[in-house]
Design a protein around this ligand. Sequence first.
Ligand SMILES: Cc1cc2nc3c(=O)[nH]c(=O)nc-3n(C[C@H](O)[C@H](O)[C@H](O)COP(=O)(O)OP(=O)(O)OC[C@H]3O[C@@H](n4cnc5c(N)ncnc54)[C@H](O)[C@@H]3O)c2cc1C
Length: 556
Amino acid sequence: MAVQRPHIHDLLIVGAGLAGMRAALAAPAHLDVALISKVHPVRSHSVAAQGGINAALGENDSWEAHAFDTAKGGNYLGDQDAIEAMCREAPDDILELERMGVIFSRDGQGRIAQRPFGGAGFPRTCYAADRTGHALLHALYEQILKGRIVVYEEWYVTSLVVEDGVCRGVIAWDLLRGGLQQIQARAVILATGGSGRVFLTSTNAVINTGDGMALAYRVGVPLMDMEFVQFHPTTLRKTGILITEGARGEGGYLLNTLGERFMKRYAPEQMELATRSTVSLAIGQEILEGRGVEGCVLLDLRHLGRAKILERLPQIRQLSIEFAGLDPVETPIPIRPGAHYQMGGVRTNQWGETSIPGLFAAGECACVSVHGANRLGGNSLLETIVFGRRAGTKAGEYLRGVDQTPPSASHLADEERRIQALLSQSGRDRAWQVRDELGQALSTNLGIFRTKESMLAAGEQVRALKQRAARVYVEDKGRVFNSDLIQALELNCLVELAETIVAGALVREESRGAHYRSDFPARNDAAWLKHTIAHRTAEGPVLSYAPVAITRFQPK
Ligand SMILES: Cc1cc2nc3c(=O)[nH]c(=O)nc-3n(C[C@H](O)[C@H](O)[C@H](O)COP(=O)(O)OP(=O)(O)OC[C@H]3O[C@@H](n4cnc5c(N)ncnc54)[C@H](O)[C@@H]3O)c2cc1C
């Protein structure tokens, strides 16, 4: 439905990716629900998801087995009550998606096909060839278009409105026409996706700047487990474009320069389908020890044959041809690990509730936490659907007892002043320059191998970049499609999140999942089986710790 004035809704959802759209569809039908997105909804990063979505549908599979794999794969840092909820509810959610019109790939008997993925004891990843996110997002968008839900398309949320300790809406910049507006709502759900662009080499879209995490953090909601950033093992040389785990799920091999399937030395049983952190570390080690190929290793699909590659991995073939100049039917693909997924995020409970009444979060921007120290492939799309739905339902319940209270006009006035100051300041740097340097600092010093020295260096760089980010020069002073201004705002989110990543990683003196420290190579449950909680202060993040919920699987 088109946007109309005044901008007042019952429920406002920030983000129109899978989590946001699923939340909107789950909210009770009598509510006035609106979605707001800085890009057209189907350009949200969810559209790029390739390999699939997990659910224990198989006859010999069970949600308990899925929960076990998830807890173990996350090195026991995930909260098991939340993991249980996700895995138990997954099969019904997949069937619901199918009823909404998602065209999943089929097996020989006509059932939803499932492929094996890393760290899973059973083939339980449902897929639509290697374009699963595209299939899911478009099906949900069709449901949104039925008309009940208002969509603010190409609006950028700059801050949350919190008054008397309750969330009452947002302030947003209308990209098309320019200018700030207050959008009043009785509840807000953040579904703003990941922050992969904190790193220079990343599989993430350039819009993945972690805005929602920063928005929540600024109004006092803590961020959890931010040091756990997943590096996907297989991203394309130079561009960092993702090559799905589905390529290994379908039987692809990883080879070093000697032509050896080196995973046999790191994970002799699971081989290429070990967890992502294990495979990324192995690739890093091969390259470090001189067995790489121009800073990469090779992903070999040739033995799968042309027919299977065309049927199951058409996008991978297309990306390889267009961006690496080779056809995987005939030539192995040079790949290396790249930043991919933020396991941490806005701290919520199993229903998406944050510490502020009326403020919820779901999807990659939230930390429920189900992924712990390392997410299993296929569990993130699932998280968006299960916890998007749960947040939409819970927000509906919350709204039964909440009136529409107009917030004071001072929020809008404050934000007007902030934007005006940003447009008038005359710093030396442009936003993109600082952003590149920030990405470089993190990619170099907080990649798959971390040490105290590298992280201290990163910390210093981030501190200096934060100051430069606050003073950047916005050359475009206009109102219409001022992407220069948006980049400056995004940059200020990125630097704040970078600070929390560095702070959490420096203090955590152990290796667990995606957080690998060469100076503390062992996992240390006695000291570190706990969540890192980052609270914002004027001087930077202050950390505290919280216990992990362990229900049925004792850490091994
Ligand atoms: C290349 C790639 C492939 C992947 N493949 C898989 C896979 O096969 N299986 C799997 O499980 N996971 C996969 N993942 C991870 C998964 O796709 C994401 O974690 C998930 O889709 C995130 O969904 P989301 O709804 O939380 O956010 P997104 O889809 O990223 O949507 C975020 C939304 O927030 C909006 N937004 C952000 N900031 C603002 C702001 N300030 N104002 C207004 N709007 C804002 C954006 O416009 C967008 O609509 C993949 C990720 C990538 C990058």
